[in-house]
Design a binder for this molecule. Structure first.
Ligand SMILES: Nc1ncnc2c1ncn2[C@@H]1O[C@H](COP(=O)(O)OP(=O)(O)OP(=O)(O)O)[C@@H](O)[C@H]1O
Length: 265
């Protein structure tokens, strides 16, 4: 259990062709699972890309108070992008061996952690979509980084595989900050400690899941999403108040959203 901040975005803006797809986003994450949700195009992948170090912010800063994305040869941030560039001809074990040579870690332990030990000798080309996703999660967790960033690890999977993939992702949250984007609101409801709702590149709500549900008077994350992401609560007006720091609602374009200490479940 820890309240320590492992990654933080301060006033991050990212533009493409002059259009801000992330607009002054500030938040910090600690151990536990933080789910980033929001409509298509709201900026989730861009936010995760910035957090992982793969996407440069146009303005603002990304901080890893305890070191990262790499400290010396040590990998401090693991990243599963939406499209994983694995080589079809490699086996699952060889794939993780390749990444372990770059970032450290034990490929066999990483395979075991996501339940893929029996598939170690299978070629990537012969893995199902779900197994590829699990391999991707194993790759992101390799070397036990402090921050694990997973972009839609459950997309396109059947219900059983979705559950398995999300559980595998969430398990890393015991010791690391796991930040996962997802449209699977039932899984977010079941496994996320904290939730960030993005709308049009801005944070519309953020904080511990239970607190957000309480504050909005809703029963689950799907209802929270309908209220906040769809904009039925007026969250887009710049009402000023911070989220967690102000002790009030995590909505209203919170200028500095705090999502640390999410592991006290
Ligand atoms: N490399 C890029 N070049 C130009 N525009 C981009 C680039 N990456 C993202 N965008 C634009 O930024 C906006 C946000 O995209 P992003 O992928 O971050 O959203 P998202 O919330 O992850 O969407 P989805 O749920 O569909 O995956 C979109 O309008 C997208 O077209």
């Amino acid at each position: 259990m820890s309240d320590r901040t492992l990654a933080a975005l301060d006033g991050v803006t990212r533009t493409y062709s002059g259009v801000a797809v992330l607009d002054e986003v500030s938040l910090s994450v600690g151990t536990g699972v933080t789910a980033v949700i929001g409509p298509n195009g709201s900026g989730k992948s861009t936010l995760l890309g910035v957090l992982s170090g793969a996407v440069e912010p146009t303005a603002g800063t990304v901080r890893y108070p305890e070191g990262g994305p790499r400290s010396g040869s040590e990998k401090r941030v693991g990243y599963l992008p939406q499209r994983v560039p694995f080589r079809d001809g490699f086996t699952a074990r060889e794939t993780l061996g390749f990444y372990a040579a770059l970032a450290g870690g034990d490929p066999d332990a990483a395979l075991a952690a996501v339940g893929l030990s029996d598939a170690a000798g299978k070629r990537v080309a012969d893995l199902s979509g779900g197994m590829r996703r699990l391999l991707g999660i194993a790759q992101a967790r390799l070397g036990d980084p402090d921050v694990v960033v997973l972009d839609e690890p459950t997309s396109g999977l059947d219900p059983e595989m979705r559950e398995r993939a999300f559980r595998a992702a969430a398990r890393a949250g015991d010791d690391a900050a796991v930040v996962v984007s997802s449209h699977d609101l039932d899984l977010v409801d079941a496994h996320a400690d904290a939730v960030v709702v993005l709308r049009r590149g801005r944070v519309a709500a953020a904080g511990r899941r239970e607190r957000l549900l309480d504050e909005r008077g809703v029963d689950d994350v799907a209802a929270l999403y309908r209220a906040v992401a769809a904009g039925t609560d007026g969250a887009s007006s710049p009402a000023g108040g911070g989220a967690e720091e102000g002790g009030e609602s995590g909505g209203a374009d919170a200028e500095s959203v705090h999502v640390t200490g999410v592991s006290d479940r």
